[in-house]
Design a protein around this ligand. Structure first.
Ligand code: ZN
Length: 111
């Protein structure tokens, strides 16, 4: 199995997540928006902050999963389900390169 495309996808996504954290242009835009909205939008402004915090938590989780996936590529265990040790379907890896489990085990987790 050729790991290179997955490695590249993982590194690219990691770069996106790290780049999105603490970069000024995005924050500046947010600030301008809230100033324009002024007091009338204070409530929805709070909601925006809340959503951003939630996104940050998700980002951190994905970031951790990406680090693990990169480690598995180095060890040669990438693409194998953590729970059942079966190979994960390539289509699933294409969609979520940092996934740890196959679709069957993911479905089991939900229920
Ligand atoms: Zn599995």
């Amino acid at each position: 199995m050729d790991m290179q495309p997955y490695k590249e996808a993982l590194l690219r996504k990691r770069g996106e997540l790290l780049g999105a954290d603490g970069v000024k242009p995005f924050q500046a835009t947010m600030e301008n928006n809230s100033r324009q909205g002024d007091m009338a939008d204070q409530a929805s402004g709070n909601n925006e902050v809340h959503i951003q915090l939630k996104l940050k938590q998700t980002d951190a989780k994905i970031l951790q999963a990406i680090e693990e996936a990169l480690g598995r590529i180095d060890k040669g265990t990438y693409g194998v389900c953590r729970d059942c040790n079966e190979p994960i379907a390539p289509a699933r890896l294409d969609a979520i390169p940092w996934t740890r489990v196959c679709i069957t085990c993911k479905e089991k987790q939900k229920s």
